[in-house]
Design a binder for this molecule. Structure first.
Ligand SMILES: Cc1cc2nc3c(=O)[nH]c(=O)nc-3n(C[C@H](O)[C@H](O)[C@H](O)COP(=O)(O)O)c2cc1C
Length: 355
């Protein structure tokens, strides 16, 4: 069986936010790598981290730093309090084949928990909830202070469309300024959440519009590093997006999830509520497309003469997957789904990197 989750998928997001992570195990001795990894002007012990999503507050961040993950992304925050989609927010899904770009929007069935991490795939749909800035600003500060020596935290942010005060592009800049004000060392802009129903989820596919946002954010935060979190795209489109964003960014993270229509075996929509037939698939079933994304971004970086960092994300379930992602040229190997269940994965990867 897979280990018990640190994130309890049978409980609501609020329960997990308020009471998680559900971890009673020991914390490992730190594995110190002989060669540090550069992250802009800082250094980290290892290129091993957790992407935006599974770590919604400072308690989660502190736990994962103590588990040995050296680069953590604080789950996306917004300029206002924002509700979460109703539970359940995660379901296990079948993995009869690896999913690629051409599969987007197709159908997938749920399943019971798999026997091992290698076959763990889920759908996740939260809608990017946020506590108000009055809460997250203090909590981001606290989370930052839990980083050990040679560890680094990035703050994930999202602009919200439809506000009276500002349009979405300005809102991205506004949230980034608040993140900077509370001490963040880098921000990651979520251009690719498939679980919002208001258009923010497809920003990443639009070279001009995405670059407009990166520009506004860069102007707001000055020399603080800016990362864009994007999804898989065909090579030329991906190159156009990165090329337009290039003057304003210091990192590219991806992929996010692959959007699919998820049902139970009897045809019932797997996640309750309007607009939630389609949700984001992550875990083992997106490993190959994520590996391809890393290879493409490495090539694009070379072709464009860029010097941004690459946060290889998607389908890293075991130590060998992380090594393969780093060998493909990612500067960092980030695991979301796997880290929700496997508390020891960072250490397993670091031991492999040592050997
Ligand atoms: C529970 C959960 C919540 C997530 N929330 C976010 C989010 O708020 N922002 C974001 O950019 N990505 C989010 N993601 C996507 C992950 O960062 C990652 O891109 C995706 O899960 C693929 O990696 P994985 O296969 O290792 O899980 C979330 C993923 C999971 C599993």
């Amino acid at each position: 069986m897979i280990p018990p989750g640190l994130y309890d998928v049978d409980r609501s997001f609020e329960d997990n936010y308020n009471e998680g992570p559900f971890y009673n195990g020991d914390f490992p001795d730190r594995i110190i790598l002989p060669q540090k990894t550069k992250i802009w002007d800082s250094e980290v012990n290892s290129p091993v981290g957790v992407p935006a999503g599974p770590l919604p507050n400072s308690r989660w961040i502190e736990t994962y730093f103590r588990l040995g993950y050296d680069v953590l992304v604080y789950k996306n925050v917004r300029s206002l309090e924002y509700p979460c989609h109703p539970a359940p927010n995660c379901r296990f899904v079948e993995e009869s084949k690896q999913l690629f770009y051409e599969d987007i929007g197709g159908g997938l069935l749920t399943r019971d928990a798999p026997d091992d991490m290698k076959h763990l795939s889920i759908t996740n749909s939260f809608g990017v909830p946020s506590v108000p800035p009055s809460v997250w600003m203090g909590d981001v500060e606290k989370a930052l202070s839990s980083a050990g020596k040679d560890q680094f935290m990035i703050t994930g942010i999202l602009g919200t469309p439809g506000l009276e005060e500002r349009d979405m592009i300005e809102d991205f800049g506004y949230v980034a300024s608040m993140a900077k004000e509370c001490g963040s060392k880098a921000v990651e802009l979520n251009f690719s959440c498939p679980n919002v129903c208001t258009g923010e989820g497809s920003i990443y596919a639009d070279p001009e519009n995405s670059a407009r946002i990166s520009k506004v954010v860069k102007e707001a935060v000055g020399n603080m590093p800016v990362i864009i979190k994007i999804g898989y795209l065909p090579y030329e489109q991906l190159k156009a997006v990165i090329e337009q964003n290039l003057p304003y960014i210091d990192g590219v993270a991806g992929i996010n999830t692959i959007p699919m229509k998820v049902r139970d075996a009897d045809g019932t929509q797997a996640l309750p509520g309007e607009g939630r037939l389609q949700s984001g698939i992550c875990g083992s079933v997106i490993r190959d497309v994520s590996q391809l994304f890393t290879k493409d971004v490495v090539k694009i970086r070379k072709e464009l003469g860029g010097d941004f960092l690459i946060f290889g994300t998607g389908g890293i379930m075991e130590a060998d997957d992380a090594i393969a992602r780093l060998e493909a040229g990612a500067d960092f190997a980030m695991m979301g789904t796997a880290a929700m269940w496997d508390a020891e994965l960072a250490v397993k990867i670091q031991k492999k990197l040592l050997s």
